[in-house]
Design a binder for this molecule. Structure first.
Ligand code: GLN
Length: 461
């Protein structure tokens, strides 16, 4: 990912990325904003530095796509929500600052489910993004635009956020790598909050090695996000050789598409023939993860979204004659149905009559899940599992049926509740040509080992 050898220039890389971005925008609807002007300006500045022999960063001139829930003054930050249209951020997210300090150049902001609520990018105020392999199918979500931008070769990497699968599921639907780090690895400062106790910043790339570099650049403690962990690199090392890979027996059931189960079996055989040991076990509490997630996350969502009142940011409804009316109409017109559903559920589970029955119970289930993972990692180094029960589904198939959309997340949310790292690896395609991915899950702070292990799988494949 370097251009310092001058075989190519930052300007030519950025021009090529912008051209592809405009080309695929027509068909796949990936971006909410394309950064034509300032991207080229920055590229020229980098080329000038290189020409003068000045040092440049490790990502000098590398074009990237930014999920539209990262704050920066370039373009409006809307989180694909009507209520944030027109919002010009005065601040820059820490992750963006770190990428740009190394010379990376943002060529566009990518489409997502509004406020990252969803699993298909159909909940966007701007309409859906199309899957990279089939225009009639969803990109996955919520980081659908970022996954497709990388899959179609517009950019070598893109940012994402993963609160309950939003990096791993679209990565698997589009045949790219996607990392959801250990909770707290990368600062959340300047990222539009969804559920603060599970939100994680991560990346999409076509090579696992690129993820390693991006993590090295972006990880670290940040005084603006007190949940950040120190010293990502010192806490995670990788020993080559034979590893113990855990397979969760409960995941081999009819609710999971046969082609995904077959892909998992094939990978397991490959791992065994490469000298890795397979350990099978049950994780009975994981069946509570989806229910617990859809209580805890809406609770945090309802609190985080209360700041959108039409006074401070973005959109304000014009049809109000009192302050109460202004709040009402702004929130009514500005939020998508899924955002409102989560505000309602969240407010309900936090209300005094329901708190013990729902929120507290979900919090207890979360502790059981954390403990179950801890016990599992006594028996194995990594767990290999499907990311979603099915490959990319048809546009419109689930968007009006929230429960079936939530069921999409049944395999991806457990590790968010436990704060663990997960990495989607591409493992081929279905007979119909749709991408298939599996996820590697590791103990807390094993992020680097996960990425390194994924690299060895590729070499031997
Ligand atoms: N699909 C999940 C949800 O709707 C995950 C979203 C996310 O990770 N941002 O909550």
């Amino acid at each position: 990912m370097q251009i310092a050898d001058q075989t190519t220039s930052a300007v030519s890389l950025v021009q090529a990325a912008l051209k592809k971005a405009h080309h695929f925008q027509e068909t796949h609807h990936i971006f909410t904003f394309i950064n034509d002007e300032s991207a080229l300006e920055k590229a020229r500045a980098i080329d000038a530095k290189i020409a003068q022999g000045e040092p440049v960063g490790r990502l000098a001139g590398v074009p990237y796509a930014l999920k539209d829930n990262f704050l920066s003054p370039e373009g409006e930050t809307t989180a694909s929500a009507h209520i944030l249209t027109g919002f010009q951020s005065p601040i820059t997210a820490t992750a963006v600052q770190k990428l740009e300090a190394e010379g990376a150049i943002m060529i566009g902001r990518t489409n997502l489910d509004a406020f990252a609520h969803g699993s298909s990018t159909e909940n966007s105020y701007y309409g859906p993004t199309q899957n990279s392999k089939d225009l009639e199918r969803v990109a996955g979500g919520s980081s659908g635009g970022s996954a497709v931008a990388v899959a179609l070769g517009i950019v070598p990497f893109a940012t994402g956020t993963d609160t309950g699968g939003s990096i791993r599921q679209p990565a698997s639907f589009n045949g790219v790598y996607g990392i959801k780090p250990t909770y707290g690895t990368i600062s959340r400062y300047g990222v539009v909050a969804m559920a603060s106790s599970t939100d994680c910043v991560g990346f999409f790339a076509r090579e696992a090695a690129d993820l390693d570099l991006l993590m090295e650049i972006c990880a670290g403690q940040d005084s603006k996000d007190l949940t950040t962990l120190p010293d990502y690199y010192q806490t995670s090392s990788f020993k080559p050789g034979s590893h113990k890979i855990g397979i969760v027996k409960d995941f081999d059931n009819d609710a999971i598409d046969p082609e995904i189960r077959q892909a998992l079996k094939t990978k397991v055989e490959e791992l065994q023939s490469n000298g890795h040991e397979i350990v099978e076990f049950d994780m009975p509490t994981l069946k509570y993860a989806l229910a617990a997630y859809y209580i805890i996350v809406p609770a945090e969502v309802s609190s985080n979204l209360s700041r959108h009142d039409g006074i401070r940011y973005g959109f304000r409804s014009q049809q109000s004659d009192s302050l109460g009316d202004l709040y009402y109409h702004t929130r009514d017109e500005g939020f998508m149905p899924e955002n409102k559903r989560r505000i309602m559920i969240g407010s309900f589970v936090l209300s005094s009559g329901s708190y013990d029955a729902y929120y507290l119970k979900a919090a207890k289930a979360r502790t059981l899940i954390i403990n179950e993972y801890a016990a599992a990692f006594e028996k194995c180094d990594f767990i290999l599992a499907p990311v979603s029960p099915n490959p990319a589904f048809k546009l419109g198939a689930k968007v009006n049926d929230p429960v079936s959309m939530y069921l999409e997340d049944v395999l991806s949310v457990p590790l968010n509740l436990a704060g663990l790292p997960g990495l989607t690896i591409p493992v081929g395609q279905t007979a119909a040509g749709l991408d298939l991915g599996l996820q590697l899950v590791g103990p807390r702070r094993s992020d680097r080992a996960l990425i390194k292990f994924a690299e060895t799988l590729k070499e031997k494949a």
